[in-house]
Design a protein around this ligand. Structure first.
Ligand SMILES: [Zn+2]
Length: 207
């Protein structure tokens, strides 16, 4: 199975990290999720699935490859729909009805699995049952997306300023000044470009 150690988690929320599995360059490589197994592997790498759940799901998927492929298609549809909704929010546009319908559809599938479970002297929301449901990793993702979209954190979501980089993250900096997904990556590239342009201008001015 593909490992996801090299994929940075800059989003600050599981649903944003899921959106960022597209490699940072929408409509171009690298695409991290190319199969149902990749969706399982990524979900395990961010703690949405336990090791025993991974082996159960992969076994189930090999017994039901068509169903696994459908879940893979749904995962990508959810990811891209969520990306477009978040982008439209950032740009002050109305989200497309079709994209909201995708989120709503996945949310309905997830919410029927939610129960109140005792947790010490209080309760917590927990997904129950469906141990072999191939789409179980989508439940916490879409729930996190719905929480995000209905919270004040939404105003803090930024898209990286890097060329062609579409990674999203929650800007937790005090003065709301974070511009890059990773300073050491897109930030450095932009710095190098500015340096190059300044250098080019100054050499042009030299007689
Ligand atoms: Zn970036």
């Amino acid at each position: 199975m593909k490992t996801f150690e090299d994929l940075s988690r800059v989003g600050g929320r599981p649903s944003l990290d899921f959106v960022n599995t597209e490699g940072g360059h929408r409509n171009g490589p690298p695409e991290w999720l190319e199969s149902y197994g990749d969706v399982v592997g990524w979900s395990a790498s961010v703690g949405l699935l336990e090791a025993d759940e991974v082996s159960d799901l992969l076994m189930e998927a090999s017994a039901k490859p068509e169903e696994a492929n459908r879940v893979f298609d749904r995962a990508i549809e959810l990811r891209e729909g969520l990306f477009r909704v978040l982008r439209s929010v950032r740009e002050g546009r109305e989200p497309a009805a079709g994209d909201l319908a995708v989120l709503d559809g996945e949310l309905s599938a997830a919410l029927v699995r939610l129960r109140l479970a005792p947790d010490g002297d209080r309760f917590e929301w927990r997904f129950v049952g469906g141990e072999r449901a191939l789409d179980r990793m989508l439940w916490p993702i879409v729930r996190d997306a719905a929480d995000l979209l209905s919270s004040d954190v939404l105003e803090r979501i930024e898209e990286c300023d890097g060329d062609n980089c579409t990674w999203l993250f929650v800007d937790t900096s005090r003065n709301h000044s974070r511009r890059w997904c990773k300073m050491g990556d897109c930030g450095n590239r932009a710095k190098a470009r500015r340096y190059y342009q300044r250098h080019k201008q100054s050499t042009r001015r030299t007689p």
